[in-house]
Design a protein around this ligand. Structure first.
Ligand code: CAA
Length: 390
């Protein structure tokens, strides 16, 4: 049975910071951020958006009423969840008006959570071919002002509908994965910001990639030649390129050119949004699908997922006939071009404005936020969500 991505969309908040402005303010050469890190703009999340609303806004744009009643499993991958107990997915289930006969859970393993959800969805559909699964990947990446990770922050969500006979991409059966207990990046439950050993995290990202790729090659006998493109988890876009470069010489000149060209295209949205953790790999896939005009039905796309701590996986998908008819390129581009640029001081102000943690009541002005679904406040330790159109 063919199982895979039937629909895919993304959402990012309406505010951004230009990396050149950040570089000037932090007294580093702009090329460090734009070339060395490979980021042009960084999404900034206003207080009226959180991982729940980002995911709900992403899903809203791809689901129709039939999907809403057919979805019987919601899996929410995140590492910036808002509650130690209740799943972020349950809020989204309510905000979208999904069928109550559904299972809903949150999955956590740093940036790998949505890949785990995707693979579990595949197993669920193999047993229940009529089922549709909503996979959500939503995060706000925060390292803190004036930290070395600052230039690799971002915010956004990807929503995917997984089904049998998918319209966009089938997932191939073979995948290779690896777990090792390492401390390259983590966020203790008491901290709003992540802790990171930057250089070590870069090394481990590449180390995991090489291991799962070698294992994948051994088990499938596929080679670089067999891939039209490889998409990477992109904590910052240069990271994926560094990993690709470690294996690229195994391919013919033509393969090298194709993979490098397609890598450039696969970072289109990511370089303008920043790290969205769980959604970054899928934002890269979406960048490729919506911007590489030469892609064809039957093309094989490799995908490398990495979640610090750490779990890595290499897997692949095959593009389906007419997949282009089911993408939302115009809407995604409009989402990015209609954003408002912040100065560095405005960004710092937005960054520092967080919801109270002392139980006090807050009502937020959602009029400043064009998103349909917003956080309207907090009352009795409960976040108050609204859908402005309801
Ligand atoms: N022109 C062009 N390039 C320049 C430059 C200039 N003027 N100045 C510096 N550069 C280059 C450097 O040479 C370097 O390139 P290489 O890595 O190719 O050598 C690049 O810019 C970055 O410079 P530094 O290494 O000096 O940067 P840094 O130490 O300040 O921070 C970082 C970089 C470690 C990635 C840091 O931003 C960070 O810690 N980020 C968060 C962690 C992270 O994203 N890790 C990725 C793997 S972990 C993961 O994937 C999970 C996840 O999502 C977090």
């Amino acid at each position: 049975m063919k199982i895979g991505i039937d629909k895919i969309g993304f959402f990012t908040p309406n505010l951004y910071l230009d990396m050149n402005q950040l570089a000037l303010n932090r007294e580093v050469e702009p090329e460090k951020f734009t070339i060395g890190i490979g980021q042009e703009k960084m999404a900034v999340s206003p207080i009226t958006q959180d991982p729940v609303t980002l995911a709900a806004n992403a899903a809203l744009k791809i689901l129709n009423d039939d999907d809403k009643s057919d979805i019987d499993l919601v899996m929410f991958g995140t590492e910036s969840g808002i509650d130690h107990s209740k799943s972020a997915g349950v809020y989204v289930h309510h905000l979208l008006g999904l069928n109550s006969s559904a299972r809903t859970v949150e999955l956590k393993q740093a940036c790998y959570g949505a890949t785990a959800a995707l693979q579990l969805a595949k197993g669920h559909i193999a047993l229940n071919p009529e089922s549709k699964v909503l996979v959500l990947a939503s995060d706000i990446a925060r390292y803190g002002l004036q930290t070395s990770g600052e230039a690799t922050q971002g915010a956004g969500a990807v929503a995917m509908l997984i089904s049998a006979n998918p319209k966009i991409m089938t997932l191939e059966d073979k995948s290779t994965y690896l777990t090792a207990d390492i401390m390259d990046f983590w966020r203790p439950t008491y901290s709003e910001e992540a802790f990171v050993d930057g250089k070590y995290s870069n090394e481990q990202y590449i180390n995991f990639f090489q291991k799962v790729w070698q294992q994948y090659k051994k088990e499938t006998e596929l080679r670089l030649e067999d891939f039209t493109a490889i998409c990477y988890h992109l904590p910052y876009t240069k990271m994926g390129l560094k990993a690709l470069r470690t294996v690229i010489e195994d391919g013919s000149k033509e393969t090298q050119e194709r993979l490098l060209d397609n890598f450039e295209i696969s970072k289109t949205y990511n370089k303008n949004v920043g790290n969205i953790y769980t959604g970054s790999l899928y934002l890269s896939l979406l960048s490729l699908l919506e911007h590489q005009a030469n892609l064809e039905s039957g093309d094989r796309i490799g995908l490398y997922s990495y979640g610090s701590g750490a779990v890595g996986e290499f897997f692949s998908g095959i593009l389906q006939p007419c997949f282009k008819d089911y993408l939302q390129k115009e809407a995604h581009e409009k989402l990015l071009t209609s954003r408002k640029e912040l100065s560095v001081s405005e960004y710092e102000e937005v960054f520092l404005k967080t919801l109270p943690i002392d139980g006090s009541t807050v009502e937020l002005d959602v009029g400043q936020d064009p998103a349909e679904i917003c956080v309207a406040g907090i009352k009795g330790h409960m976040r108050q969500y609204i859908n402005k159109k309801q």
